[in-house]
Design a binder for this molecule. Sequence first.
Ligand SMILES: [Zn+2]
Length: 163
Amino acid sequence: MSKIFCPNCYCEFEIQPEKCECGYPFNGNDMDKYKFMSTLVKKERILQDGINSASYSRNILFIIGGLNLLISLIFALSAKDNSYYLITMIYSVILIGLGFYSYKEPFFALLLGFLVMILIYTVIGFIDPAKLLSGLILKVFFVSSFIYGLVKIKQSENIEKNI
Ligand SMILES: [Zn+2]
């Protein structure tokens, strides 16, 4: 007698079970099987989206943190009053740190990074509105893609929990 393989997880069975451990409905009709497989594909896509969004948002943190750190270091070395640059440096280091932390806790770390960015933009806006307006389109783009990314990451974390 030939063995039976699950077309989804490739589990091997001597006798065809009603359902595979992975949930594949051996006893279901074609529609059930199709539904099972297409939900899996959908879940797979959301998971992949989550991973992509996490690495994208992480890169934004690294780039913004890295650039700000570099620029503020250069300015701090040449400026007389470098307290402003010190704050930027601390903020940049926090962003970079959260970027690394996001390898462990993607949603939480990136949400914090996002809030820190918003906070800094708000503070800058109060101190020097002109500074906030410089590169505004880029900032809006970063912030909105960050929100979009966070939604994707949350969706994918929800699915991971249900597997
Ligand atoms: Zn299976």
